[in-house]
Design a protein around this ligand. Structure first.
Ligand code: FMN
Length: 204
């Protein structure tokens, strides 16, 4: 199982990154393969920083032969995505939104249909909009036909929306525990639903 951790924070070594690294640690410990994706690096190098709806349907012209296209090609073959964002005014960061808008190119191929998705968020405040940020990410994933899961796992409890934490995340024990549970959940559902992604290799 190949799981991509998407870091929506412009800070590659910040709180969101730490949560995603912990999630990937859990994925690899359970036998999965993980990849960390720093979207701000991709978006700042992009000649068109956000979708301007230049073609209908999207032809992917703005990222052809770039690192961003390579990143989208990784998503085309992944089994699961753990999407992380810092809370920015109770929603996702701008680079994450810009990155995801351009996945419109993948949508017509149903490239993310049945890919399993989980979300995690970290804010400066204890109750600073982590859950609304999770919901924004989940909505973004639903629109690609992804199978969105929360942080429930048989060895723990039924969970809630995903993993929420307060900065500094290394001091947020519960936030890190929920991150590990979320990772387990994404992996187990990805394993159980592998057959639902067969359309990607069958050219459907
Ligand atoms: C533009 C901006 C908006 C923010 N809005 C919120 C907010 O609404 N609620 C909150 O709790 N923290 C907010 N924060 C704080 C970040 O969510 C917090 O610092 C987070 O831990 C950063 O994660 P990072 O270290 O991965 O970049 C905001 C920070 C920035 C830069």
């Amino acid at each position: 199982m190949y799981i991509v951790a998407i870091n929506g924070s412009p800070n590659a070594k910040g709180n969101t990154a730490l949560m995603l690294r912990v999630a990937l640690e859990e994925i690899t410990a359970a036998g999965g393969e993980g990849h960390f994706m720093q979207v701000s690096d991709l978006m700042t190098k992009s000649k068109v920083p956000y979708c301007v709806a230049c073609s209908n349907p999207c032809e992917g012209n703005c990222f052809r032969n770039t690192a961003l296209e390579e990143a989208y090609n990784l998503l085309r073959r992944c089994d699961g995505i753990i999407m992380g964002s810092p809370v920015y005014f109770c929603t996702v960061s701008a680079p994450l939104k810009a990155f995801w808008d351009k996945t419109r190119f993948l949508r017509k191929d149903k490239a993310l249909l049945n890919v399993v998705g989980g979300a995690l968020a970290v804010g400066a405040s204890r109750f600073g909009g982590q859950e609304t940020t999770l919901r924004s990410m989940q909505d973004m994933m639903f629109c690609q036909g992804m199978t969105v899961v929360g942080d429930g796992f048989i060895d723990y409890d039924s969970g809630h929306l995903g993993a929420c934490a307060q900065r500094p995340v290394e001091d947020d024990r519960d936030g890190l525990i929920r991150t590990r549970i979320l990772a387990r959940r994404v992996l187990e559902v990805a394993q159980a639903t592998a057959g639902l992604r067969a359309h990607r290799t069958q050219g459907k």
